[in-house]
Design a binder for this molecule. Structure first.
Ligand code: FE2
Ligand code: FE2
Length: 343
């Protein structure tokens, strides 16, 4: 990896077809598949502090063990190199390819590097918003909840000591806010938007409870604390995969609410926000949002997800380009709209 300059994930995303690169990062995904000739190939995801890319390691790729003297691994399928690769720092030599107009990547050489010299945590992406800023915003939103709802939120995050884990948790392993601090960044955005929606509704003559909406927003993805793990990159747990964060979150909320002695009406109202926040059954909510507070949190959750996808897409576009690549998470292309473009 020495001679050629190491690129960042951000630089690689801005490369064109056929360009070659070298990158150092932590493995976030590694799965073996069979090609049409029955040979093994791998889907590999790699993260550095600018983001994540996924690519293919075809059967003719080289696998190196460079922890000490460089050693070419002839039989990758039998190698220790491939076992437990997730969470380890690797060096990749790759090339940009294209499929149906979408940028893709082939990784032609994979090197397991010395983990002490290249510690994995150094390559893990973090929220672009400083932790103190997010923490201050979270506490301000929590402080806007008075009475038993505020007491309950203090109990959950601080008496039950969830805060330290909550603030580093990712919000996903891909799709959105899939980095350290992502859950806090997303939660603050959802709570702010939900509060604004509810307050606008109240100004328009609707009856709604700001504290209940805020509590629901601050707790809506609580289950992600058990659904994801940092190794040090985000990975999904067995419970996250087979129970899902909504079920886990509701179960955590129920136990915390019983422990605290939360009033039954508040328990029902906040619990409803947690279980309905994905907005429809196809997206994993067993019931649809049925209160102004739940509708506000669900809309805010979707808004933050879409805004994240929009920013992620347009940030990768070269100057002068207006239409983004197709974003599979948001199921659309985004428009980098600028007033100077013909207005
Ligand atoms: Fe969610
Ligand atoms: Fe969410």
């Amino acid at each position: 990896m020495e001679e050629q300059q190491i690129c960042t994930i951000g630089e690689i995303r801005r490369m064109s077809k056929d360009e070659k690169f070298k990158v150092l990062g932590v493995v976030v995904k590694s799965s073996t598949r069979k090609d049409k000739n029955g040979k093994n190939y791998w889907d590999l995801g790699i993260m550095d502090c600018e983001g994540t890319i996924e690519g293919k390691v075809w059967s003719n790729a080289q696998w190196w063990d460079r922890r000490n003297a460089p050693l070419l691994v002839a039989e990758p399928a039998d190698s220790e190199l491939l076992r437990d690769l997730i969470g380890k720092t690797v060096g990749l030599v790759g090339q940009v390819t294209e499929f149906k107009g979408q940028q893709q990547f082939n990784f032609n050489a994979v090197s397991l590097v010395n983990q002490e010299k290249y510690p994995p945590h150094q390559y893990v992406q973090r929220s672009p918003v400083p932790e103190e800023t997010l923490e201050g915003a979270f506490l301000e939103l929590l402080g806007a909840c008075e009475g038993p709802v505020g007491d309950f939120l203090h109990f959950v995050f601080f008496k039950k000591n969830l805060w330290e884990r909550f603030k580093t948790c990712p919000a996903a392993v891909s799709h959105h806010h899939a980095y350290v601090g992502g859950l806090l960044e997303h939660t603050v955005a959802v709570a702010r938007t939900a509060k604004n929606i509810v307050e606008a509704g109240i100004s328009g003559g609707y009856e709604a409870d700001v504290a209940v909406a805020l509590a629901g927003a601050l707790l809506h993805d609580l289950g992600k604390m058990e659904a994801y793990r940092l190794v040090p990159a985000p990975v999904m747990t067995v419970a996250g995969t087979f129970h899902d964060h909504i079920v886990i979150g509701y179960s955590m909320f129920e136990s915390l609410a019983r422990d605290f002695g939360l009033d039954e009406r508040l328990f029902l109202a906040i619990g409803h926000i947690i279980v309905s926040h994905h907005g429809c059954r196809e997206y994993g909510s067993p019931v649809l949002p049925a209160t102004p507070e739940a509708m506000a949190v669900s809309a805010a959750d979707e808004m933050d997800f879409r805004l994240f996808c929009w920013k992620h897409s347009v940030d990768q576009m070269e100057d002068g380009r207006e239409i983004s690549d197709f974003n599979p998470s948001a199921q659309r292309r985004f428009w980098k709209w600028e007033a100077s473009n013909g207005v």
